[in-house]
Structure formats: C-alpha cells, structure tokens
Design a protein around this ligand. Structure first.
Ligand code: HEC
Length: 414
C-alpha cells in the first residue's frame, strides 16, 4: 500500500504519478431483445438486424475494425452459422469481465440469452432474409450534448511497416486557459480499421514537446503509456464506443496550460497501412461537478520466473487500504497488464469490482459500475494478477512490450 499511497498523494497534489496506464471507454448500451414471435421463422430484417445494430455494428461496419460488416443481408448471408457460433460461444461481442464477479457495468457488451437466441434461431432456420419492410429504422449515432474543444495532431501518421501493433503518442493541445473538468469526450479515429485504442493523458507542454522533438515525424513511439512522467490519465477509447460520459455529476479536473499526450494503438494485421489523423472532442462541465481522480493501485515488485504458467505472486491478492482520509465512492475500474497477462481481479469491501479471467491486451477499457461501490476509510481494495511466461527469462515491471504490469485505476470521488 505504501507505494500506492505515495502515488495517490502525488496525484492529489496535482503533480501526477510516475505510472503508466491503460484503456477506457464505453459502448452503446444493451437493448432488450424480445423473444421470437411464436412459431415464426427468425429473419434478418425483423429479428437479427435490430440486435446487430445495437450490439455488432459499433465494430462490424464498413471500414470498421472488425473484418466484415454486419449492416446488410448481403454481407452476412453466407456467415450465419459462423455468426451464431461466435455469439453462442460468447467470443463475440468482445467482453472481458467474467460473469462470476456479479458486478453490473454501464454499456456492457455481454449479450442476454434472449439476444443469443435470436442468432441461434436465425441460423437454425438457414439464415433467412425475411421482408425488408420489417427492418428497423437506422439507429442514430449517440452524440454528446455539446462539445467545448476539438483537438487533433498537427499532421497525419502512418503506422509502422515493421510491427503490426504500433503504439504511437501525439501531442495535442486543448488550449485550456482556465481550469476545467472533463465530463465526457468523443474519439473520432481517422482510420477505423487501424485504431485499436486511444489513451489520453494530461501532461506538461514542455515534456510533450521534448518527446515530440526527439523523434522525426509526427509524435513519438510509446508502448505502455505516454513515456512522460507526471502524466495524468484523462480517459481512453476503444472501438465500438461512440463517446464516453463520466458518471453523472462527476468529472476529471484539467489544469490550465496542460496539453495531452494521446497514445494510439494501431493494429495493421489487416495488411493496409494508411495515414491516420485521430480527433478528440472534449466536453467540459458547465456546472460544479464532484472531482474524480483515477487512483492507481499496483504491484511493481513481482518477478515472473522463466516458463512459469499461471503464475500469481505470493502476497496476492494484494491489499490497498483506503488512506484518502474520507469514505470514497468507486465508480469504475481500469485494469492494465501487458501481453503475458492471464487474469486480473479487483475486489472491494462490498464485493468483486472486476474479474477478467482471460486477459486480452488488445481489448482494454474502463468499466463503470451501474452504481458506485463505497470504500470507507481504511477499508481495503485488493488486486490479483496472474501471468503466463513462456519465455526463458524473468519478467518484471516495465514500460516495454516484453515487460509486464499489474495495475488498475479506480475512478473515485468523495
Ligand atoms: C468491440 C468491437 C466488436 C463488436 C461490438 C463485435 N465484434 Fe465481432 N469482431 C470484432 C473483431 C475485431 C473481430 C476480428 C478479430 C477477432 O476475431 O477478435 C471480430 C470477428 C468476428 C467474427 C469472426 C471471428 C469469429 O470469432 O468467428 C464473427 C462471426 C463476429 N465477429 C460476430 C460478431 C457479432 C454477431 C457481433 C454482435 C453480436 C459482434 N461480432 C460484435 C469486433 C467486434
């Protein structure tokens, strides 16, 4: 706890924290899938398309991050068996938190059984098209009520030709002249097929300029986080998210003069490498909000032995007592490990916050609870990390691709 307390102290003092960070984001909310009409054959237009709109098209859209569109019957008619299989085995939509945790999340991508049944019934009936007249209206893009700043890197960046996973940071300047509270934001990827996640850190301009100038071209190479000390995470974005709203009445303070280091994970396994310019739109509070902090809890002391599979360090779950000096409300969590991560679990005094049994580095985000969890003074939050290390060397904490982390941010307020 000592380490986390120190770090927390630096964050509360506004000086940031020497820590890398992770992902965030929310997606469209669940829809209530209705049971199939009695006896009727499930059809694309009437039964499947509404679920596809709400649950799949965030990614399965023309030019989107998923390998095929799920917008038209022509695009799916030869895939109905694969689609039903992906859904009933819960490979799709990607959603990492395990059910056993019992926590409910805002914007969960986990399908209800009724939604799954729509796909399986449709496939069982041979993937029928049905009547176009039954098609639901196109869904309207969920938009923030207002936008205060739109920021973008100075020029485009083309992802690395030698790595399919390229992590690149950009300096973007929101020109904040008075202190603000970020209550929401929208990320508009330039190349939806390539942009796998975006993390936004508030940093000092001089630090970001130094990084930017040290490397030719737009931005700089960065893996775990921004590569800048004293970087405060503001938020993150993953595909399938149209925009992010922080829990109502809360927001993240942004000091005057700060700029953003925007980390983008590009994945070019589809083969194309296109110049990208990703835009971030920010929404600031118009009335007083409760300031939220992203409080890191972490274990940086581990050393994963060579060839250790399913390795959990002694002393995990590791305890982090609330030393904030007040009873805190935790609204969400943002777990982070690198590529050897296998499982990460965070539990509060009132129950499991998140348990990701099959960690996947490529699908990271922040998870907001449908109701905040109370963590009273000195009550504990615990963190457990488990790794698979197939290499012949010890793996320890670090920023590099081959290093590891055991870290979570708690979105907390008074
Ligand atoms: C958050 C983004 C996202 C959402 C939402 C999503 N997918 Fe996917 N889907 C992907 C990506 C990326 C791939 C390719 C890589 C992979 O398989 O993980 C994929 C691959 C697939 C595949 C082929 C691979 C397989 O596992 O069979 C199917 C089928 C599929 N998705 C169906 C669906 C369906 C049906 C939905 C909605 C119920 C859905 N997906 C929602 C991102 C998404």
């Amino acid at each position: 706890m000592i380490r986390a307390t120190l770090c927390l102290a630096t964050i509360l003092l506004g000086t940031g924290c020497l820590l890398p960070a992770s992902d965030g984001g929310q997606d469209a909310g669940p829809i209530e899938a209705t049971a199939l009409p009695d006896g009727g054959q499930a059809t694309w237009y009437r039964d499947v398309l509404p679920v596809s709109q709400a649950r799949c098209q965030g990614c399965h859209t023309t030019g989107g991050i998923a390998p095929f569109s799920m917008e038209t019957y022509a695009a799916v008619k030869n895939r109905f068996a694969q689609i039903a299989n992906a859904v009933s085995s819960r490979r799709m939509p990607p959603w990492m938190p395990g059910e056993s945790c019992g926590m409910q999340y805002v914007g969960s991508r986990r399908l209800s059984q009724a939604e799954i049944d729509v796909f399986t019934a449709w496939a069982a009936g041979g993937g029928a098209e049905g009547n176009p007249a039954d098609a639901p209206a196109a869904i309207k893009q969920d938009a923030l009520d207002w936008i205060d700043a739109t920021v973008t890197p100075a020029s485009s960046y083309t992802p690395s030709a030698t790595r399919t996973d390229d992590y690149h940071c950009f300096l973007v300047d929101p020109n904040v002249t008075t202190a603000r509270s970020v209550i929401g934001y929208e990320v508009v990827p330039g190349q939806r097929s390539q942009v796998h996640h975006v993390l936004i850190y508030a940093v000092d301009k001089a630090d970001a300029l130094a990084k930017d100038n040290a490397e030719a071209g737009e931005g700089w190479t960065c893996f775990g986080a921004s590569g800048i000390n004293n970087a405060d995470l503001i938020g993150g974005w993953v595909p399938g998210t149209s925009n992010v709203r922080y829990p109502a009445g809360t927001g993240i303070p942004l000091a005057a003069g700060k700029v953003f280091a925007m980390q983008i994970h590009y994945n070019t396994s589809a083969g194309t490498r296109l110049p990208d310019t990703t835009t971030v739109k920010l929404q600031y509070a118009r009335a007083a909000v409760i300031p939220a902090t992203l409080i890191p809890i972490l274990d940086y002391t581990f050393s994963i032995p060579p060839n250790a599979m399913g390795y959990t360090p002694l002393g995990h779950p590791k305890d982090f007592p609330n030393t904030l000096g007040f009873d805190a409300r935790v609204w969400g969590v943002l777990p982070h490990m690198h590529q050897k991560g296998k499982r990460i679990a965070i539990t509060g005094p009132r129950g499991c916050m998140v348990d990701i049994p099959q960690w996947d580095f490529h699908w990271q985000q922040q998870y907001f609870f449908t109701a905040p969890q109370l963590v009273k003074k000195l009550e504990k939050v615990t963190l457990t990390c488990t790794w698979d290390n197939p290499t012949t060397r010890y793996v320890t904490w670090g920023e590099g691709t081959d290093d590891e982390m055991c870290l979570a941010y708690l979105y907390a307020t008074l």
